[in-house]
Design a protein around this ligand. Sequence first.
Ligand SMILES: NC(=O)c1ccc[n+]([C@@H]2O[C@H](COP(=O)([O-])OP(=O)(O)OC[C@H]3O[C@@H](n4cnc5c(N)ncnc54)[C@H](OP(=O)(O)O)[C@@H]3O)[C@@H](O)[C@H]2O)c1
Length: 238
Amino acid sequence: MTDARVALVTGGNRGLGFEIVRQLAQTGMKTVLASRDAEKGRVAAQQLAGANVQTAIVALDVNDAASIDAAVAEIVRLNGRLDVLVNNAGISLDGSRAAVAGVLEVSPEIARQTYETNVLGPMRLIQAIAPHMRERRYGRIVNVSSRMGQLSGMGARSPGYRMSKAALNALTRVAAAEFERDGIKVNAMHPGWVRTDMGGSSAPVSVQEGADTAVWLATLADDGPTGEFFENRKAIAW
Ligand SMILES: NC(=O)c1ccc[n+]([C@@H]2O[C@H](COP(=O)([O-])OP(=O)(O)OC[C@H]3O[C@@H](n4cnc5c(N)ncnc54)[C@H](OP(=O)(O)O)[C@@H]3O)[C@@H](O)[C@H]2O)c1
């Protein structure tokens, strides 16, 4: 049993997930960097170790229920706890600037794949982890969403990605309502348009800035908010 809180970050091998792991580890938490490709996870952890940041690693594909169950069982066996889940892994198949599609062009198959990873993935993670959080009456769940899923500001193009993030926001609200009395806080956040493989090199926001709100939500005090959507640590409209 570890005294430090234990945090699992999906898609931790690159981009925002990698930076969220780095910042969470620096708060003193025990981090578990999840990567669907075990070798990429090892390389990422080595890179962090080179900067004096230690993290555990686990192989986890959010589309594979068996890999989620095995990873969660292993983390709980080794640490006796799992306090924080950052649902960061995500894909944007119709959202890249190179091949941006509209409602008339997007294939149902692209929309389905995006939903599978961006919505059912986080849902599976919550289903696997929230029961452990409930037992200990403590949990912080952060869903890395996007303003592209914001219904109040919805724009054109990238319908597969937009629909998936709107659904992730709905999942955030449902889970927050269900776990309200269990000490588990569930929030969604928009990181900004961030310089990652997904965001591209001309994005204005660094990964350090983009990760900040996720890390803040992962470390909320007991009187902190739940069931809200944040950008730059401020609540925004759904
Ligand atoms: N960058 C932005 O401007 C921006 C803006 C708003 C929201 N977001 C959101 O922020 C999150 C992180 O984005 P990013 O910019 O860091 O993207 P990224 O650089 O493309 O990284 C995506 C990460 O997700 C992982 N992943 C994808 N499918 C997975 C699966 N089935 N199982 C496990 N891991 C999987 C990738 O793993 P592999 O290396 O194995 O592919 C990678 O680690 C996403 O949810 C994204 O929608 C990003």
